[in-house]
Design a protein around this ligand. Structure first.
Ligand code: ACM
Length: 256
């Protein structure tokens, strides 16, 4: 299975420009199976107000998601992308999984970071896991990374790979995500963004991590980067860390 990320700097408030940029990058990704874009890839991140975010939001059948569906239909891959989702009067910091046949599933960021709490509702869809072919996909968005419970919950639901659209400003997640993949024996694609918006500088360094905690690909901190690597998704089915230890079966569920 060929998986990857498209690290770039979305143009704030210009959905059309972001669609054009993503479309151009995807033209170099033929043959990929599953690709991840950053958090809020449609609009950028640093809204001045909830009203501004509302004016830039779209429903999950809006122009941005329709664009992703068309790209998947044309190229034959699956995409995961963060977007500013409007549902009635509510806003969610969402991630959508799309394939050649349309939208497969959606996740809404559970753990809001800093001023996001003034703009978005906390996610209300739980931690769903979706099947695409032989692979089970879960999603997290950026600051969700800090909660090991979220990773473990999806691993227990059978997730083989966690797609992690991000707009990271702290320097920790790129170190922590390979540990989450190691202790759950799964894969992760952390797609961060680059660039600066107002007072925030984003840290790039998107990674793909395997069930041994190895980093298969790491992007630079400040450059646009596309990476596609071959992974053996079957490795995520094996939860043994030694011949006599299984990280799922050995849990002391009588204690915790
Ligand atoms: C973040 O959750 N976007 C830092």
């Amino acid at each position: 299975m060929k998986t990857g990320y498209l690290q770039f700097a979305p143009v704030f408030s210009d959905i059309g420009a972001n669609i054009e940029r993503i479309s151009a990058m995807l033209n170099g990704c033929n043959g990929a199976d599953l690709l991840v874009l950053p958090e809020l890839a449609s609009t950028g991140y640093r809204f001045d107000s909830r009203e501004q975010a509302l004016s830039l939001s779209q429903a999950d059948d809006g122009e941005f998601v329709q664009f992703l569906v068309e790209q998947c239909a044309n190229h034959g891959f699956h995409l995961v992308a963060g977007f500013n989702e409007r549902d009635g009067d509510l806003l969610f910091n969402s991630s959508v999984l799309v394939g050649p046949g349309g939208v497969v599933g959606k996740y809404r960021k559970l753990h809001l970071f800093m001023d996001e709490k003034d703009i978005f509702e906390p996610g209300n869809l739980g931690l769903p896991v979706f099947e695409i072919g032989q692979c089970k996909v879960g999603m997290l968005v950026c600051f969700d990374w800090v909660f090991p419970e979220a990773w473990r919950a999806m691993a227990l639901k059978g997730a083989d790979i966690i797609c992690h659209p991000s707009n990271l400003v702290l320097p920790f997640a790129q170190q922590a995500v390979p540990v989450h993949t190691m202790v759950n024996r799964i894969f992760a694609i952390l797609c961060n963004r680059t660039g600066v918006e107002k007072d925030l500088a984003f840290t790039g360094q998107s990674i793909i991590a395997n069930p041994s905690g190895e980093v298969l690909s790491r992007a630079p901190a400040d450059l646009e980067a596309i990476s596609v690597v071959e992974i053996d998704i079957g490795a995520a089915k094996n939860k043994r860390i030694t011949p006599r230890n299984d990280v799922i079966a050995d849990r002391r569920t009588d204690i915790y």
